[in-house]
Design a protein around this ligand. Structure first.
Ligand code: IYR
Length: 229
């Protein structure tokens, strides 16, 4: 009997999951190759101003939006900023908050923990990088008739989408910085976002500058991050 492609369960449409499988040796090889590739990803703070085609950004966002989300609500909005005057506004507002944070808000322990990264309140990359992707999380959706529709596991979902986004950026041969100016509400204002959206991450994307240095950080070995039962 020929198997059916689609069916309904309690009236809801389901499609056959056409998954790709590999022989075990291939699974081992692919998992290792992907780890080695992802282990080359680094957070970069020195960007080239070399432009990136809009199509590339579209594909990165589409990839991020494939992430799983609570009840498949996809509770995210990605705002893409390339306009130099908006980038300048974002830089100025971020630097104002960061200056206050570095001088008055962050604890000594926090400032000490950041020493190996050598970050400070100045954020020139917010103008240099060709694109800033500002990720907003939607605590609820507004239906056409103005009613609030709940979203679920919003931070987990948007965090996953950002992880997918960073992997897509790395895969494309570009670099990113997961920037968290704090507080971030200036982004709501500058980008004129509705009240159901809250800023989540600010991610400059581009090519690395010609000479780029990153801190010589080591990643934890497996036995420090995994417990097998
Ligand atoms: N948001 C500040 C400080 C900062 C905090 C952490 I935790 C970092 O890993 C890096 C920086 C900034 O962006 O400089």
């Amino acid at each position: 009997m020929k198997s059916i492609a689609n069916k309904t369960i309690n009236g809801f449409p389901f499609i056959r999951y056409e998954r790709q499988t590999y022989p075990e040796a291939e699974v081992v090889k692919r998992s290792k190759a992907f780890y080695e590739w992802m282990n080359q990803r680094r957070t970069v703070r020195d960007f080239s101003n070399k432009p990136i085609p809009r199509e590339v950004i579209d594909n990165l966002i589409l990839t991020a939006s494939t992430a799983p989300s609570g009840a498949h609500k996809q509770p995210w909005t990605f705002c893409i900023v390339s306009d130099p005057s908006i980038k300048k506004q974002i830089r100025e507002a971020a630097e104002k908050e960061e200056h206050e944070s570095y001088t008055n808000r962050m604890t000594d322990e926090w400032l000490n923990d950041l020493l190996p990264l050598q970050t400070d309140w100045q954020k020139p990359f917010l103008e240099t990088a060709p694109y800033l992707i500002v990720v907003f999380k939607k605590s609820y959706d507004l239906s056409a008739d103005g009613n609030k529709r709940t979203n679920y596991y919003v931070s987990e979902s948007v965090g996953l989408a950002c992880g997918f986004l960073l992997a897509a950026i790395h895969h494309a041969g570009l670099v990113a910085l997961t920037h968290t100016p704090s507080p971030m509400n200036f982004l709501t204002k500058i980008l004129n976002r509705p009240e159901n959206e809250k800023p989540f991450l600010l991610i400059p994307v581009g090519y690395p500058a010609n000479e780029t240095f990153v801190p010589n950080l080591k990643r934890k070995p497996l036995d420090e991050v995994a417990v097998y039962y």
